[in-house]
Each structure stands twice: as structure tokens, then as C-alpha cells.
Design a protein around this ligand. Structure first.
Ligand code: NAD
Length: 500
């Protein structure tokens, strides 16, 4: 241990030093001697530490998950009862909202208010949406087949290995737990090494809500721990949220072993502003959807496509909005945007800003490092104009508070620019005519889209086209990603039960 955790931080439940792993619903001594240290990217204060799980720890977690799955202790529980457990977990998270948002704030630096809105609300929402999907799902169905009646059943996929990113850990962990548990799977979660502590808290809440022993394990660690989970033969399905580069490596490994796999990856989404937009009404949100969570969002709308004829007033409104977004530490009640996750990431973002300038773009808002926040990795928002879609800043995911404004002359050109991306995760259109917006939504190759707004809806499919991933999360489609389908052919003359 490098230093003690300061008293105020240590008082947050889940923070501080842990010397055990939460495996199979119990705290157990790790095999690994390695430790993960967590420091606040906002203040530099040490938040705590946890053992870093090695391959032997992953093996123990997978074995516990396998045993619990095969025993039927959770996989055979009626779906409606599993749904009740998820609803209880959502309520417990709400009861402990203050401590949970404080822990997430401490780990990733975002203001607690932003954690509450951007992570807790969709996190509890997704648990409840999976609960409802499990209640409504057609688990058993009888079909009139070619040779008689076929009984089609939907069964849990088995042992799930889940790997998550650090940028919205509360939401991502709820999302993984919710889907796998609603389906009846057992789950081993590897949280991001930057934000491991909240995962333990959420796993404990799941167990308190009624998930039986053995079903949930948390194996904190980095890529090596993740690889051990992906390659473990006892894992039936991998669900991954993170970068496209890691997703490709994980997908390749799963393909080698014919392991089921869904991938939620990066994005470079476009907001298309139409010439009829009411910019006084929408200017703030246009800037917000590029900059929220300090731009560290897979769905951030970091390319804003504007009609050349109205470019100046739109940019003016966005710059004015961005200037009102206060950057600060979690203890600053006025703060809306926190730091970026690390010094390495801050320098990478600054490199992109330099690349944008070198390519000829103009930083009409040239954020830079804010004064007086020297203990954290802070950056003010930057807005570029004069960007063309072939520039690196328009093609690559920056994952920081940098928005590129690209001017267009015709709507067809705007649609082509929006689609000219390796990614296909999200997007939006801003217009006085919602029907016109819906028409445009049908021409954009992304998994989600918004008209005059954007959000992930926990009850509707979320995921990406192209390099943004494979598969869908949320709603019944998200549940189905954790299901195997089985057809049982029944003998001639079989009478289908009346209740079906
Ligand atoms: P990352 O890919 O570096 O890491 C994500 C997770 O994968 C971490 O837990 C990491 O330890 C683990 N990991 C990395 N390499 C691995 C490997 N080869 N095998 C197994 N595990 C491995 O991503 P990051 O920097 O933590 O997160 C930012 C990225 O996540 C961005 O690209 C962002 O767009 C994406 N993201 C996507 C979504 C979505 O739903 N589509 C949501 C949030 C974040």
C-alpha cells in the first residue's frame, strides 16, 4: 500500500482497502498476491485497493458459477421470481444512492449529480427493464410443426463472463448483471481496473436482493484477468463493453472456441442539425450530448453536422452552452463535468486537439487545462469548426471533451457524412419537424438514434452497427442475447397443455 486512504474517502461504503475477493457471494482470500490501487482522477486522493484476480482466481470464480448454474439454484428459479430479485436490487440501489454515487464519484471523478443522472437512473432502469422482459418473455411455446407439435423452450445460456469499461461503471455493471441474471445465468464480472470497487458493492446488493450463493463473482483486474476469463473453457458466453481494439481480440478468441459473444464497442456519432432547427431551444443539448461525462461516452455525439447557412448562430449557441458547463471536483456542488480518467488519456486528447489544429480546423472554444484544478486530470471543453469528415478528429474516437462541427450544404450530404464512419453506435437529428427527423433516422446506419434528444432506453435494443459491436443489450433483445433456444419434437397425438 502506498498511502492510507484519507478519512472522508474511507468512510464511503465500498472504498478503502480490501484484501479479499467477492467470489460466489462470499469474501474469500485471493490466490493472487497482486493489488489494484484506485486513485481519484479528480483529486489524486487514494480511494482504496483490491486484490487483482489472477488466472487461478478466475478459475475459482468460474467453477463456483458453473456449480451454481448446474445445480439449478438460480437457473431453474421461475423467471418471475428472478425478476422480483432484480426489482429489489434496483430499490436497494436507490436506497443507498448517496453512498453509491459517492463511491463512483471517488473512483472515476465525475460529480455525484452526473453519476446519479447518467448512471444510476439508467442502471436501476435497466434492472427493472430486464425484470419486465423476463416476466413477458415466451419461455415456452408450442408450435404446429411438419411432423407434429414442437415444444420450443428458451434456456439460460450458462456461465457468463462479463467485462466492463470504466466510463459509466454503475450503469455498465447493472446492465451486465441484469441481463445475465434475468436470463437465469451465473455471472463472473471483470470490472475495469480503474473502477473495481463499485462492482463489489453492486454484487453484494444483488446477493442481498436474493441472488443465491455461487451465482455472482467479481474478479477485478486488467486485460490479463479479462483474457483468463475469455479463454476459460467453463465460460459459455462473453459479454464485453470497451474499445473496438479489445473487442476485436476478444471476438477472435471467442470465435476460436465457438463461445457466444456480444460486443459493445466505440462510437463516433453524428448529430445532424437541420435548417429549421430552433437553436434557442436546442443549443444547450446539442453541446451537452457531445460533452457529457467529459466526452467519455461511447454514444457521445462528437460530430455536429450543421447547415452552412446557419453555422454561425448554431456554433455561437453551442459555445455559449459549453461555457456554462462547470468543470470541477466532486466536492464542488456547481460541477457538471469531472476530469478525464488519467494523465495518459488527457495527453492523448490534447494530442487530438493539436492534430485538429494542424489539419486546419479552428478551435472556436479552445478548452485547455482549467486553472486551480491541478490535482486532477481536467480539461475544459473544446469545440472545433472548419472540420472536414476525413480529418482524424472526425474519424477517431477521442473519448474526451472535444466536439467537431462540420458544415454541409444539402441534407443528402449530411446523411452521407454521418454514415461515413467506421462506427455505427448512435446519432441524432435536430429539427422543427419530427416526421422529417424520423425519415432521416431510417437512413442512418447506427443502432440507436434520437430526434431532438438522445438517450439509451433500457427497455429497447441498444448496440452498434459496423465497428461499434455485435449484438444488442437492453429490453427483450438484450435478454435474448443470454438465451439458448431448444426445440423438442413431441410424438404424434401429443396434447398441448391447456395453460399454454
Ligand atoms: P478497453 O477496451 O481498454 O477496456 C475495457 C475492459 O476490457 C477493461 O475491463 C479492460 O481491462 C478489459 N480488456 C482490455 N483488453 C482486454 C483483452 N484483450 N481481453 C479481455 N479484457 C480486456 O476500454 P476502456 O478504455 O476501458 O473504455 C473505453 C471504451 O469503451 C471506448 O471505446 C468506449 O466507446 C467503449 N464503451 C462502449 C460502450 C457501449 O456500450 N458501446 C459503453 C461504454 C464504453
Amino acid at each position: 500500500m502506498t498511502e492510507t486512504v484519507e478519512a472522508a474517502t474511507a468512510a464511503i461504503p465500498g472504498a478503502g482497502d480490501h484484501n479479499q475477493l467477492y467470489l460466489g457471494g462470499q469474501w474469500v482470500d485471493p490466490h493472487s498476491a497482486a493489488t489494484l490501487e484506485v486513485f481519484s482522477p479528480a483529486t489524486g486522493v487514494r480511494v482504496g485497493s483490491t486484490p487483482e484476480a489472477d488466472a487461478a482466481d478466475v478459475d475459482a470464480a468460474v467453477k463456483a458459477a458453473r456449480a451454481s448454474f448446474d445445480s439449478g439454484v438460480w437457473s431453474s428459479v421461475p423467471p418471475a421470481e428472478r425478476a422480483d430479485v432484480l426489482d429489489r436490487a434496483a430499490a436497494l440501489i436507490e436506497e443507498r444512492s448517496a453512498e453509491i454515487t459517492a463511491l463512483v464519484s471517488a473512483e472515476m471523478g465525475a460529480p455525484a449529480s452526473a453519476v446519479a443522472t447518467l448512471q444510476q437512473l439508467p442502471g436501476t432502469g435497466v434492472l427493472r427493464a430486464y425484470a419486465q422482459a423476463a416476466r413477458d418473455y415466451a419461455w415456452v411455446e408450442y408450435r404446429e410443426g411438419l411432423f407434429g407439435v414442437t415444444r420450443v423452450t428458451r434456456e439460460p445460456a450458462g456461465v457468463v463472463g462479463a467485462i466492463t469499461a470504466w466510463n459509466v461503471p454503475l450503469f455498465l455493471v447493472c446492465n451486465k448483471f441484469g441481463a445475465a441474471l434475468a436470463a437465469g445465468c451465473s455471472i463472473v464480472l471483470k470490472p475495469a481496473p480503474e473502477t473495481p470497487l463499485i462492482a463489489n458493492v453492486l454484487a453484494e446488493i444483488m446477493v442481498e436482493a436474493g441472488v443465491p450463493e455461487g451465482v455472482i463473482s467479481v474478479v477485478p483486474g486488467g486485460a490479463e484477468t479479462g483474457k483468463a476469463l475469455v479463454d476459460h473453457p467453463g465460460v459459455d458466453k462473453i459479454t464485453f463493453t470497451g474499445s473496438t481494439a479489445a473487442g476485436k481480440a476478444i471476438g477472435a478468441s471467442c470465435a476460436q472456441n465457438l463461445k457466444r459473444c456480444s460486443l459493445e464497442l466505440g462510437g463516433k456519432s453524428a448529430a445532424i442539425v437541420l435548417d429549421d432547427v430552433d437553436i434557442a431551444a436546442h443549443g444547450y443539448m446539442l453541446a451537452f450530448f457531445g460533452l457529457f461525462n467529459t466526452g467519455q461516452a461511447c454514444v457521445a455525439q462528437t460530430r455536429v453536422l450543421v447547415p452552412r447557412s446557419r453555422q454561425d448562430e448554431i456554433v455561437e449557441a453551442m459555445v455559449a452552452a459549453a461555457k456554462t458547463m462547470t468543470v470541477g471536483t466532486p466536492d464542488d456542488p456547481a460541477a457538471q463535468l469531472g476530469p478525464v480518467i488519467s494523465e495518459r488519456q488527457r495527453q492523448r486528447i490534447e494530442g487530438y486537439i493539436e492534430a485538429g489544429k494542424a489539419a486546419g480546423a479552428t478551435a472556436v472554444l479552445d478548452g485547455g487545462r482549467p486553472e486551480g484544478l491541478d490535482n486532477g486530470f481536467f480539461l475544459n471543453p473544446t469545440i472545433f469548426t472548419g472540420v472536414t469528415n476525413d480529418m482524424v478528429i472526425a474519424q477517431e474516437e477521442i473519448f474526451g471533451p472535444v466536439v467537431s462541427v462540420i458544415a454541409y450544404d444539402t441534407v443528402d450530404e449530411a446523411i452521407a457524412i454521418a454514415n461515413d464512419s467506421d462506427y455505427g453506435l448512435a446519432g441524432s437529428v435536430w429539427t422543427a419537424d419530427v416526421e422529417r427527423g424520423i425519415e432521416i433516422s431510417e437512413k442512418i446506419r447506427t443502432g440507436t438514434f434520437g430526434v431532438n434528444f438522445y438517450a439509451i432506453d433500457p427497455g429497447s435494443p441498444f448496440g452498434g452497427y459496423k465497428n461499434s459491436g455485435i449484438g444488442r443489450e437492453c429490453g427483450p433483445e438484450g435478454l435474448e442475447a443470454f438465451i439458448e433456444h431448444k426445440s423438442t419434437m413431441l410424438p404424434a397425438g401429443y396434447q398441448v397443455p391447456q395453460s399454454s
